[in-house]
Design a protein around this ligand. Structure first.
Ligand code: ADP
Ligand code: MG
Length: 474
């Protein structure tokens, strides 16, 4: 029987036929692999070849024999092979920044009982493995890039200074937000659509002790009710919950150590409200299909444009959940209550509106600002941004004057003379058609808003926004 070189230990000959076979194969394989290890039925190391020791940078005086394999190779999967009795024929393991192909095979005694396992490590001097390692490395690079992008995305984009305005209501709001940011309680941001609630949520997170942690946002109105639970709490691997639910982490877990922003909390279905409340009380989550709980440390910031107190009164929102979330409450003023901020807002929003690199930035005339101040802005800053972007697209030069602004204003708003332009006529037609489609969908669904939104192929939040924009009775 061929024997390995005498400077290396070999498992004591314990009469296992398959070990004998492994030894037989050993000298054949030796020139192909970079290292090998053998463990017994308790997954203790019984043998390790010299090259594997070098790979692991074990000091020559260190003796790994008899130690549990994880003490020497923390991420070893040999225990899994011993426990399952099934090989892992092809896997990739990192040693420092090099990747190696590893192959793990259970060793069985004459009766077929698992008696240990052997692991081989290969490197890319084996030609046929090179394509696999290349592919793996390129996927690995892609993954690293995607993860870095995701981390950047999860960091907050805005600080409190991104919230533009110097009017009295804005100064009060900012002072309050600064105070809230230092405390760690749940916060509730109330305000009409487009007033900058999400921007403020980012700012609160950014000013808080959690600034280095993740900021994770969920728009409750945009997630179908049936998927909300999985979205929040995750799906455990192996959970049999249907083909559309692959194992994944919930938003609570992703927000661990940071902030979870719940947009449109007023749209949270009753069933989820109860589960949510429990999580907030216990500080623990349980993924779908899992029977273990996980501790999570998450600060909740919620926002809504709906009247939550009215929803509590008609029992569509739980009072106990409301009190948990409304520890710190801020009201964001609508744009029409802070018209003195208009010039400053236009300046900042126009800076964010692209012009070709060789062109100068946009200029807006004082007369145009006055025109904008006269509008009621039901869609607030978001609507203002849209109007300015439309105006920028319509303007023949870099100057946005009252005429251009007038043409860019939403249909139905105050207009100042002049024949309607072709663009305006089109905007009118589109708006009228959209409005009529919404009214028809509501009629067809007996006033059921979720069903009407589904029919029109828009999210519930978009639907609510449109109801508001077109002033349709709710
Ligand atoms: N005070 C503000 N200063 C600058 N931009 C703002 C301000 N308020 C809102 N915006 C902009 O208006 C848009 C809507 O804001 P968002 O925070 O999503 O509103 P909400 O969540 O209240 O509907 C975003 O593009 C945001 O950057
Ligand atoms: Mg929003």
């Amino acid at each position: 029987m061929p024997r390995p070189p005498t400077d290396e230990r070999w498992p004591a000959a314990n009469g296992l036929a398959s070990i004998e076979e492994a030894v037989g194969a050993f000298s054949l394989l030796r020139e192909y692999f970079e290292g090998a290890i053998v463990v017994d039925a308790q997954t203790r190391i019984t043998w390790m070849d010299g090259r594997y020791r070098e790979l692991l940078k074990l000091s020559p005086s260190f003796d790994p024999i008899g130690l549990p394999v994880e003490d020497v190779i923390p991420h070893s999967l040999l225990r899994r092979v011993v426990e399952s009795g099934r090989p892992i024929l092809l896997d990739i393991m990192n040693f420092d920044d090099r990747q190696f192909v590893v192959c793990r095979i259970p060793l069985k005694d004459a009766q077929g009982a698992v008696d240990g396992a052997i692991g081989f490590v290969f490197y890319d001097n084996v030609d046929y493995l090179a394509p696999i390692l290349d592919k793996f490395e390129s996927l690995h690079r892609q993954l690293t890039r995607a993860q870095a992008a995701l981390t950047r995305e999860r960091q907050t984009k805005y600080s409190l200074s991104s919230f533009v305005g110097q009017s009295e209501p804005v100064r009060e709001l900012k002072a309050m937000v600064r105070r809230f940011a230092l405390r760690d309680g749940a916060a509730l941001i109330l305000g009409e659509t487009g007033t900058g609630k999400e921007l403020l949520a980012h700012a609160i997170h950014q000013q808080s002790d959690r600034a280095d942690g993740p900021f994770v946002a969920v728009n409750i109105a945009a997630v179908p009710e049936a998927l909300l639970e999985a979205e929040f709490f995750g799906v455990a691997p192996g959970a049999f919950t249907g083909a559309d639910r692959k194992p994944r982490k919930g938003k609570f877990e992703l927000a661990h150590g940071g902030t979870l922003f719940l947009d449109e909390i007023g749209d949270m279905p009753a069933g989820i409200q109860a589960k949510f409340l429990r999580v907030l009380q216990e500080g623990e989550i349980e993924a779908l299909g899992s029977n273990t709980v996980k501790k999570v440390d998450v600060r909740i910031i919620a926002a809504t444009s709906q009247d939550l107190e009215a929803k509590i009164a008609d029992k569509s929102f739980r009072a106990d959940l409301y009190y948990r979330i409304a520890v710190l409450t801020v009201h964001v003023p609508p744009l029409r209550d802070r018209r003195e901020d208009m010039a400053m807002l236009c300046e900042v929003l126009l800076e964010q509106t692209m012009r070709a690199a060789d062109e100068r930035g946009w200029v807006i005339t004082p007369e145009a600002i006055r025109l904008l101040q006269a509008h009621a802005w039901p869609g607030n800053v978001r609507e203002l941004r849209n109007v300015l972007e439309r105006a920028a697209a319509l303007a023949p030069s870099e100057v946005l004057d009252a005429d251009v602004i007038n043409r860019a204003m939403p249909p139905g708003s105050v207009r100042h003379g002049g024949a309607p332009s072709r663009t305006q006529a089109l905007a009118h037609t589109v708006a009228d058609t959209e409005r009529q489609a919404i009214i028809d969908a509501l009629a067809a669904t007996g006033g059921q808003k979720s069903a009407a939104a589904l029919r029109l192929g828009v999210s519930r939040s978009q639907f609510y926004e449109k109801l508001k924009r077109y002033n349709i009775e709710q």
